[in-house]
Design a protein. Sequence first.
Length: 138
Amino acid sequence: MPFNHRAAGAAAFAYAITAASGLAMPAQALAAAQDYRFELAAAPVKAGKATLIKIRLLHLPDGRPVSGAVILQTKFDMVAEGMASMTAPAKVSAPREPGIYQIATEPPMGGNWALSLSAKVQGETETLRGTVAVAVPN
Ligand SMILES: [Cu+2]
């Protein structure tokens, strides 16, 4: 049945195009990432030494902290002060409080830093992304 075969192929192709452009995504999935926010829970203590940044992940519709998220990527830099090349390590360490994520770092200087994160939350298909302003004391 060559005709049916071709029709099925065309339909699959059309679906692939729509999915790639994002139009096939359910409205729920589009809203999901916007339902979350990363917030600073505790700032680093001092520049020039090993310190912890604590980040809280909030589910905005109910205001609850979200536990069990997997932090995929972190980036800690001074782009906000025009120092894009100044970065510091930002290593995820084991969480100790529900909904709080600990990032170990050692910023070489004080000032306005930004911590960018991406994370996966159970039950959400979209990857969450956020940037948190972090003031580092000298
Ligand atoms: Cu700097």
